[in-house]
Design a protein around this ligand. Structure first.
Ligand SMILES: NC(=O)c1ccc[n+]([C@@H]2O[C@H](COP(=O)([O-])OP(=O)(O)OC[C@H]3O[C@@H](n4cnc5c(N)ncnc54)[C@H](OP(=O)(O)O)[C@@H]3O)[C@@H](O)[C@H]2O)c1
Length: 236
């Protein structure tokens, strides 16, 4: 069976990915920065045994990323989902308060960039080889509609938007340089998670179901695209 690796797998969209792939009998590498506290992941491990591996990964810790890559140097990773992300300490709508044109918390902005932009670059470059030796050869960069420049019609959320726009151009660049894998920037839709908030439109379970269906239809020609969960192109 194929192998998937997911960062930030202990809750939200990342958790849904590992839960649904485990149910499909995939081999799962579920990364969390505090595995001992990741109760939901531990329950999945009890259920699925050796096919469900939990790894400690704080994505901003580049040495930890490299060590994990070394540990899995011969593991073919069919789909790597660079999912770990943040909108800062608050979920929506509170997260809007510290990234406004007239109220910017620069330290939170730096933290968001570390997690949402620098870390996925580091994880992707560290694990490129393991993706390239797999069958599906797919790298998913978890972006957001909020990273779309052309869809930014009302401003706000400067720190988060900038991090995801940056991620988009990183994904595009990687698709140009890495012809041996498929690199996609993905907008999962506005989901009810800590980050998305209680008012969000979509149950993360449904979004992930759509995402995983869409991943199965990806081909080489999709590399370098910014897609929504149904596979439709999102305007840059
Ligand atoms: N929800 C939405 O509406 C929405 C929309 C568009 C895009 N997205 C993107 O989807 C991804 C998942 O978001 P979500 O909605 O599922 O958010 P979430 O429920 O808040 O989960 C975020 C996940 O990222 C992990 N994470 C944060 N910082 C990390 C770090 N430094 N190292 C390792 N893991 C870290 C968290 O781990 P801890 O539990 O340890 O903090 C958690 O597992 C993010 O990239 C987000 O930007 C979400």
């Amino acid at each position: 069976m194929p192998t998937v690796m997911v960062t930030g797998a202990n809750r939200g969209i990342g958790y849904e990915h590992v839960a649904q792939y485990a149910q499909k009998k995939w081999k799962v590498i579920a990364c969390a920065r505090q595995p001992e506290k990741a109760i939901d992941l531990l329950q999945l491990q009890d259920k699925y045994g050796a096919n469900f591996i939990i790894e400690e990964l704080e994505v901003t810790n580049h040495k930890q990323v490299d060590d994990l890559s070394q540990k899995h140097s011969n593991t073919a990773i069919d789909i790597l989902i660079n999912n770990a992300g943040t909108g800062g300490p608050e979920g929506m709508p509170g997260a809007m308060d510290y990234q406004k044109i007239d109220n910017m918390n620069y330290q939170i902005w730096r933290d968001i960039l570390e997690v949402n932009l620098l870390a996925p670059f580091k994880v992707a470059t560290s694990f490129h080889k393991q993706i390239s030796i797999s069958d599906k050869k797919t790298l998913i960069m978890m972006s957001s509609d909020l990273g779309s420049v052309s869809q930014n019609t009302f401003g706000g959320l400067y720190s988060y938007r900038a991090s995801k726009s940056g991620l988009n151009i990183v994904a595009k660049g990687m698709s140009n340089e890495w012809k041996d894998i498929i690199v996609v920037a993905l907008a999962p839709g506005w989901c009810r998670t800590y980050l998305g908030g209680a008012e969000a439109e979509i149950d993360p379970m449904d979004s992930v179901e759509d995402q995983q269906k869409m991943f199965e239809s990806l081909t080489e020609s999709d590399s370098g695209k910014f897609l929504d969960r149904f596979g439709n192109e999102v305007p840059w």
